[in-house]
Design a protein around this ligand. Structure first.
Ligand SMILES: [Zn+2]
Length: 358
């Protein structure tokens, strides 16, 4: 398993006293140094994405605007939440390039099965083709999906987003695209205001978008129920060639910006389940892309539990992975039905997913 990281990610600033700051990644790298499984992780430096590559998702005038404002120096606001400094273009290009580098490693080399976690900033899932918002500049995970499709001919990709906020940028980019299935778990109502059960895709992408708008104070059991009862059966039908995860840790119970209640154990279970699913359908290839997470310590510890969830269930060489997925679900997939906070949303999404013509 690889961790993609570069010190350039520390240089972008989202704003003065801003919750999205370099301390998030500094805490992770500090925690990694004393982690007892650190030898299982290979830390890899990325390369910057070029303007043409960023252009797979973003319009040229927006890319140029970010480059120009960064070059001017000083500090500029893109919206009331999202700012940039002189290093933002370089950091954001290196963040997108971080996903490309991870994909090169797991899809392009003959090193066999592999997973990576891209510990990048600025984050990406609120970035639209022509505008950044919600602390996001370029949509890293959408760029990664486009890169995997164009360079490595991956036909179908699932993006699973467990950041506390709805990934409105990512949903928008793939809303009419049936080759990328976007699934989001998020607090609702909450920023950015989108992400209802009724947003299920349009045109050719109709039935290829699914939102779980969870109430404040939702914890792990609802996520496990959604994964085991809806997402896994849906993905068994969709059969993605690659699973990508928008890994946002503002869904942690200690996060200052949101009110969801996942703990480190929840991220471990989610990671183990999705990892086993990728072992079954994607030859063990899976990409985690960091989004939010604003309690430094909780984010760092939760990322390490995400890594451990994958490391504990490596790609099974000798069989297709069906048995492993069953085993993982037996260990991690149980939940107490009395702790479920969103029974109607879970039921509705289950019925909708069954009706999708995937
Ligand atoms: Zn978020």
């Amino acid at each position: 398993m690889y961790l993609i990281y570069d010190d350039l990610y520390l240089k972008h600033q989202s704003g003065p006293s801003h919750p999205e700051n370099a301390g998030r990644l500094e805490a992770l790298m500090d925690a990694l140094k004393v982690w007892k499984f650190q030898d299982s992780i290979g830390i890899v430096n990325p390369y910057p994405a070029g303007p043409d590559q960023i252009g797979m998702v973003h319009i040229p005038s927006y890319i140029e605007k970010i480059r120009r404002l960064s070059e001017e120096g000083g500090f500029h606001w893109l919206d009331p939440d999202t700012g940039l400094n002189r290093y933002t273009y370089e950091s954001a290009a290196m963040a997108a390039g971080g996903i490309f580098k991870g994909l090169d490693l797991i899809l392009g080399s003959d090193m066999g099965p592999g997973k990576f976690f891209a510990a990048v900033r600025p984050p990406g899932h609120h970035a639209f083709p022509g505008r950044g918002s919600g602390f996001c500049i370029f949509n890293n995970i959408a760029l990664g999906a486009k890169y995997a499709q164009s360079k490595f001919k991956i036909k179908k990709i699932a993006i699973i987003d467990f950041d506390a906020h709805h990934g409105n940028g990512t949903q928008d980019i793939f809303y009419e695209d049936r080759t990328v299935f976007y699934i989001s778990f998020h607090q609702y109502p909450h920023y950015p205001g989108t992400g209802t059960c009724y947003e299920t895709g349009a045109g050719k992408g109709s039935g290829y978008n699914l939102n779980f708008p969870f109430a404040a104070h939702t914890g792990g059991p609802d996520y496990i129920a959604a994964l085991t009862e809806t997402v896994i059966p849906l993905m068994e039908k969709f059969k993605p060639g690659l699973i990508m995860v928008s890994a946002g840790y503002d869904s942690h119970y200690l996060d200052p910006l949101s009110s969801l209640e996942l703990g480190e154990d929840s991220y471990y279970k989610i990671s183990a389940i999705l990892g086993a699913l990728s072992n079954k359908h994607c030859q063990g290839k899976m990409a985690f892309v960091l989004e939010g997470g604003y309690n430094y310590r909780a984010t760092a510890d939760s990322i390490l539990e995400t890594l451990r969830g994958c490391l504990n269930f490596p790609y099974p060489e000798k069989f297709q992975g069906s048995e492993q997925l069953e085993e993982v679900l037996e260990i991690t997939g149980g939940y107490d039905i009395r702790q479920i906070k969103n029974p109607f949303i879970l039921k509705k999404n289950n019925e909708m997913a069954e009706s999708f013509g995937v």
